[in-house]
Design a protein around this ligand. Structure first.
Ligand code: RP5
Length: 166
């Protein structure tokens, strides 16, 4: 199976990124985690991206905050799918990172998830790998079915609480 790379701009992004590592682990998807900054280590970020496909990766998650150019800088140097996580920092509530990550020029796509949306970043990468990995497609279906059951159970409780008295 191809690996998922998670690259973050700083180790301070780790609390956000851990939601993605947890899901990848649960699904049995091999992954690596790296710290490369588009601004502080541009050469290393480029080197990693250029070699990512031949190093066995199938998708890359890039998490960064503030003027978050990491996902775009990685996407510029690989044709692997890149999923960007805008990380919320202490100012501007993550809107800075969201706009920096999502507003890519035509031709260099970055699939941007919600601010701090690491769970969806992992799930999107798993969906990408599931095109060729039937085992992952089955696990994704089970994951969705479980989410459905959880909501229906909540609905039953709420309906019992509010509707039976009418
Ligand atoms: C970004 O700047 C990083 O991705 C991080 O979200 C933010 C702050 O980095 P540190 O100053 O904590 O290293 O490049």
């Amino acid at each position: 199976m191809k690996k998922v790379a998670i690259v973050m701009g700083s180790d301070s992004d780790l609390p956000v990124v851990e939601k993605a590592t947890s899901i990848l682990k649960d699904f049995g998807v091999p992954y690596e985690v790296h710290v490369y900054s588009a601004h502080r280590t541009p050469e290393e970020a480029r080197e990693f991206s250029v070699n990512a496909r031949e190093n066995g990766f199938g998708a890359i998650i890039a998490a960064a905050g503030m003027a978050a150019h990491l996902a775009g800088a990685i996407a510029a140097n690989t044709t692997l799918p890149v999923v960007g996580i805008p990380v919320k920092s202490s100012t501007l509530d993550g809107l800075d990172a969201l706009l920096s990550t999502v507003q890519m020029p035509s031709g260099i796509p970055v699939a941007t998830v919600a601010i701090n949306g690491a769970a969806n970043a992992a799930l999107l990468c798993i969906e990408i790998l599931s095109v060729y990995e039937e085992e992952l497609a089955i696990k994704l279906k089970a994951f969705r079915d479980k989410a459905t059951s959880v909501v229906l159970e909540k609905n039953s409780k709420i309906e019992a609480q509010f509707n039976n008295a009418n």
